[in-house]
Design a protein around this ligand. Structure first.
Ligand code: PMP
Length: 373
């Protein structure tokens, strides 16, 4: 099998799986219980959380565990809206967000919030002047993803934060960092809130976290018992939390070296595909190398994806990461609906091998040239 859909999800690493299994067996107590077994679990919860906090230079109490990035995005965006609706009802998002952000915004719109969509340039970079002009006195939140999930455009969060806070110091800044963490260095101090998910970094599915700066308040969405976190009550899923902590530690090794290697693979694919006039490379100077989006203009993406399936080669279309059959991100950058309908996302990891890419290109050549004749 040649797996080239790492941005949709990653397989869980053996080391991380081992943590899930060990913690499930050895830490049976509820971390909220007062007895010795509960305490043992509470201690592990504390150390796993501290490890994550140390890696990102944040406080452990700024971490809210969630089931993944969708929940973290909900908690952040709706939580800010509920906490601040008396101050204002205006929210700004980019045109390059994950669909989960747009669905949340649609919900907030239906209950009276106003959503503005900030423009980007032809490289996918946020239009700073447009952002500045859109921020108002009643703007309670700006949400801009650090790395876009379809074209991989990376945004300069520090600059964006400066623009936001200069225009309105009270405006809260959230970033969906799901596609950034484990691929590129991140700095939580650039934002007030950030979302992530373990299954994008070789961790298990069903766990992630929301970073919430201790300087801001959001309204909880979930109510219940349990002392560990007021935004996420209930029994903490300790095996998953310990696994998340491990996955983060492993993901943050040699980030730059891994990125350089993936870049070589990316460039090899791009160079190969450039020979075909009907293939457009949806890559801008801000795209990270782990995400390579292309449009095959003379064939529907699902058809080609199923051809590759037969060889056990797995790439993505925009269905895993988009609400419809059109890539919002490709549309926002290239303003070409055919190009946006014909996208395939090849997502790479540092575990991808040169041999896998050679085989992929060989199959691609054979099958694509058959269709194009
Ligand atoms: N945000 C981004 C940028 C993503 O890529 C994804 C996963 N496709 C999500 C949010 C949703 O994450 P999860 O599957 O953990 O809910």
């Amino acid at each position: 099998m040649i797996y080239l859909d790492y941005s949709a999800t990653t397989p869980v690493s053996y080391e991380v799986l081992d943590t899930v299994s060990k913690v499930s067996k050895e830490f049976v107590g509820n971390a909220n219980s007062l007895h010795a077994l509960g305490l043992k679990s509470a201690n592990l919860l504390e150390s796993a959380t501290k490890q994550i906090a140390d890696i990102f230079s944040i406080n452990p109490n700024e971490i809210v565990y969630t089931s993944g990035a969708t929940e973290a995005n909900n908690m952040a965006i709706i939580g800010v809206a509920m906490a601040n609706h008396r101050k204002g009802k205006h929210i700004i998002v980019s045109k390059l967000e994950h669909p989960s952000v747009y669905v949340i915004c649609d919900y907030l719109k239906s209950i009276g919030f106003e959503i503005s969509y900030v423009n980007n340039d032809e490289n996918g970079l946020i239009d700073f002047d447009d952002l500045k002009n859109k921020i108002r006195e009643d703007t309670i939140l700006v949400s801009i993803c650090m790395v876009n999930s379809e074209v991989g455009v990376r945004q300069p969060l520090k600059i964006i934060r400066q623009i936001i806070k200069k225009e309105n110091i009270a405006t809260i800044f959230h970033s969906d960092m799901t596609q950034a963490i484990g691929k590129v260095p991140v700095n939580f101090h650039d934002v007030d809130l950030a979302s992530m998910s373990a299954h994008k970094i070789f961790g298990p599915k069903g766990i992630g976290f929301l970073y919430k700066s201790s300087m801001i308040k959001i309204t909880p969405l979930i109510y219940g018992s349990g002392k560990s976190n007021e935004l996420k009550p209930g029994t903490p899923p300790l095996p998953l939390i310990a696994a998340l902590s491990k996955a983060i530690r492993l993901a943050n090794n040699d980030l730059e070296k891994r990125e350089r290697f993936v870049n070589l693979l990316n460039e090899k694919i791009v160079k190969f595909l450039e020979q075909y006039p009907n293939i457009k490379i949806n890559k801008t100077k801000y795209s990270i190398p782990q995400i390579l989006n292309i449009s095959i203009m003379n064939i529907m993406p699902e058809t080609f994806l199923h051809i590759l399936d037969k060889y056990e080669i797995y790439v993505g279309t925009n269905t895993a990461c988009s609400s419809g059959n059109i890539s919002n991100s490709v549309m926002a950058i290239y303003n070409d609906s055919k190009r946006a309908k014909h996208t395939i996302r090849i997502s790479l990891s540092y575990v991808t091998t040169t041999d896998e890419i050679n085989k992929f290109l060989e199959v691609f050549k054979e099958e694509y040239e058959k269709i194009s004749l």
